[in-house]
Design a protein around this ligand. Sequence first.
Ligand SMILES: [Zn+2]
Length: 414
Amino acid sequence: MMRDDQATSLRGALLTCDPQGEVQYFDDRVIDIVDGKIAAIRHPDAQSPPPSEHLWLPGFVDLHCHWPQSHIRGRFAGALLPWLREHIWPAEITFSDEKIAHQHGRKFLWQLQRAGTTAALLFGPPFTQASRTLLSLSPDGFFEGPALMECNCPDEMVSDLDEALESIAQLPVDLLKRTVISPRFAPNLSTAGLRKTGDFARRSDLLVQSHLSENLDEVQWVADLFPDSDSYTDVYHRAGLLGPKTIMAHAIHLSDQELQRLAQTGTLIAHCPTANEALGSGRMPVERMDAAGINWVLATDVGAGPLLSQLHVMRVCMEQHQQAGVDVSACEAFKRATWTPGQWLTQHNPRLKGLGTIMVDGPAHLIRFNRPRATQAEAVIRCILDRPEDQFELAPDEVIVWGSRLAIAAQSEL
Ligand SMILES: [Zn+2]
């Protein structure tokens, strides 16, 4: 068993983005791992491990996923608002019980890593204690924030915003640095509450995550609740919640003016095609995002998204846009599930440099597949994506996180 403090070498083909974000395929390389990081990437020599049929990819980075929904992922359909009220919120309320949060948190983290995701930005239930549990259980590279909710939801989820923000501020430093300010979505906060949250985010200098314009009924509800704002995007903008440290999920139904606002503020978008398909929310117009100069990443949005696998998200992304006559290549999808989200996290957390790629001095986050016959990056990725839907979450043959092998047969023990 490989351990963090040991040195080891792996050999096989590599598929990763280079520092410029170009996808590269290397036929036969040796990766030296020392103390959880990649110490060298080199051509094989006489002392190297024997040639193998292995193909190594960097671990995926998922920047939008709800861990207290994982145990019911993909189980319920329906439009966003009834889906939240009837299924999701009742499930999340149970996470106020510390034992349930711990049990589900452990299982979720194993399943997410088993699916090949080795760093993530997670939405928690509206209980800081549950967030403390999840952060304590997870390695560096996993970020999380309790959902902030002060209105328009069941009483059990409502918290006094001042108290909720204070409980975040009180977290130990090593957990606080991986905490995300997470206003659930505009309808769950008042105008004053959103502003207070924006002020807190600026003062604390933490990352911010929320939801924006997923569904037309939701957009109308926001317009009714915030009549003084020009648009859904404007609600967040007025509160100081947009910016280079903010990621907004979905962004499907937006005007040109809203796109311009997102671009000007440098806000990142989490595109969640499997979740959008499951809830019938519509297609996020990637071509409009690109034209407006807005950066976007691929994410699972479990539990609306049915699977924890970024490979599955990549495939659905390509299919969904192709049906609308928009081409997203396999290389593009791969980059948006590894390098782009890794760069964003790294920009704000330099200690994680190299996340989402295979590079010297970067974290040794690696996932292994059988090497396909193809040798062009685009064809190699398409081969990996060619599998039945029920095999995506168990697709990698091996998962290495900070240099340690994940015990991939461990599920029964959880
Ligand atoms: Zn979400």
